[in-house]
Design a protein around this ligand. Structure first.
Ligand SMILES: NC(=O)c1ccc[n+]([C@@H]2O[C@H](COP(=O)([O-])OP(=O)(O)OC[C@H]3O[C@@H](n4cnc5c(N)ncnc54)[C@H](OP(=O)(O)O)[C@@H]3O)[C@@H](O)[C@H]2O)c1
Length: 376
């Protein structure tokens, strides 16, 4: 659903041979493409990306969700539209993989999950980074206690753009009508690192949402969307042992449109993410959404320094791993992914709601609406 930038990247990844990444239990078939703009745009997308026949080209999303050949719809519209678009798919009885940010607010996310549950359909927020082998390895290292008890995580996903020239006022990155701003678009990755390390590495029954959140936001003078957001979080837990003392862990999640995590784009700045434990730390070089390298730095005398490269097979972007997860979940009859359960997507949306409240960032009522259908 949609023929924009990320849909193109996703489709090209999906068309790659799964064997290239050592996968032989599943394959993906792209049965249809839909554009809200025109059928001609879908046809061009199919030919540009080289999707093999048979693949239907539709000029509306309604036609896509009515196609009997479609098992699962990848929603790649701006996040302002996710709630309405995902509801359309679920109401038509189809499974969904929806781009990040899941929705504009937590109330919308809850309704999507409730609807999927009621209709016995699969639903997943497409946070591709969680499915990279690098992320899996790091979560396992934490769970195994490789750096002791993790007490602090810092994560940054910042771009360093000339904002006025690059994004203007209409682009979805800064346009409030399209839920623009760096928190929902880029900050979600900083929060992903905080949550997949401090929260997700605990057994499910021990996971607790942050007990305190402090956030500062700077709003873009031309549109009012956030151009810089810094969040301080306290969790009432630590990982992996969840010890009574100190009984909490801290995180800093950052995102910024004007300054960069990696200014020379040559990794001179080194880690975008630091995961700090009592026996050492894991550093992950950016970009936070698609890292290729991490280091384990043990405390003095507590082990060997190790740097691990995690290249992307066949120069793919790496979106195929989340698609593989969807296929395996569907095959197993699951409604949600264990790697990003509905509850965790909702808790993260709740954090972003609170950050926006503290930062004074509001969106137009129609895109915050929980009424379906609402015309956007
Ligand atoms: N996972 C990642 O790494 C990643 C990277 C970039 C973006 N994203 C997410 O993917 C989503 C889309 O981002 P994108 O960069 O692909 O955006 P984009 O290039 O602007 O494409 C969005 C597409 O959505 C459709 N659309 C429907 N209603 C629209 C409206 N009112 N205004 C604009 N477009 C509308 C359009 O396709 P049709 O006209 O063909 O329907 C448009 O081409 C966002 O939620 C974003 O956060 C994820």
């Amino acid at each position: 659903m949609a023929t924009g930038w990320i849909a193109d990247v996703f489709v090209r990844d999906l068309l790659r041979d799964p064997q290239e990444r050592g996968v032989s239990d599943i394959t993906h078939s792209i049965m249809a493409v839909a554009s809200a703009t025109s059928q001609a745009r879908s046809e061009k997308f199919i030919s540009d990306t080289g999707i093999p026949a048979p693949c239907a080209a539709y000029g509306s999303y309604e036609q896509l969700v009515a196609d009997a050949n479609v098992d699962v719809v990848y929603v790649a519209t701006p996040h302002s539209h996710h709630f309405q678009n995902v509801m359309l798919v679920l109401e038509a009885g189809k499974n969904v993989l929806c781009e990040k940010a899941f929705t504009v607010n937590a109330a919308q996310a809850k309704i999507l999950c409730e609807t999927a549950r009621k209709k016995n359909l699969f639903l997943m927020e497409a946070v591709w980074t969680r499915y990279f082998p690098l992320s899996v390895q790091i979560r396992n290292l934490i769970k195994q206690g490789a750096i002791g008890e993790v007490l602090r995580v810092t994560a940054d996903n910042s771009f360093g753009d000339p904002v006025e020239e690059r994004w203007g006022t209409e682009h979805r990155m800064v346009n409030k009508d399209l839920a623009g701003g760096c928190l929902l678009d880029l900050g979600i990755y900083s929060l992903t690192w905080v949550f997949q390390t401090l929260y997700h590495t605990l057994p499910r029954e021990q996971r607790k949402p942050p007990s305190a959140i402090s956030a500062h936001m700077a709003l873009y003078h031309l549109t009012g969307a956030d151009e810089a957001t810094t969040i301080l979080l306290s969790f009432p837990t630590s990982t992996p042992s969840n010890l009574p003392h100190p009984g909490q862990s801290h995180a800093v999640a950052m995102t910024n449109l004007r300054i960069s995590t990696d200014p020379d784009e040559a990794n001179t700045a080194r880690p975008a993410i630091r995961i700090q434990g009592t026996k050492g730390e894991i550093q992950v070089d950016g970009p936070a959404f698609r890292p290729e390298r991490y280091r384990i730095i043990p405390k003095k005398g507590a082990g060997e320094f190790k740097e691990v490269e995690c290249p992307f097979p066949g120069n793919g972007k790496g979106m195929f791993w989340e698609a593989d997860e969807v296929a395996r979940c569907l095959r197993a009859g699951k409604l949600e992914s264990d790697t990003l359960p509905w509850e965790e997507s909702i808790v993260i949306m709740e954090v972003m709601d609170e950050v926006r409240r503290q930062g004074g960032l509001t969106y137009p009522d129609r895109i915050e609406s929980t009424v379906y259908p609402t015309r956007l």
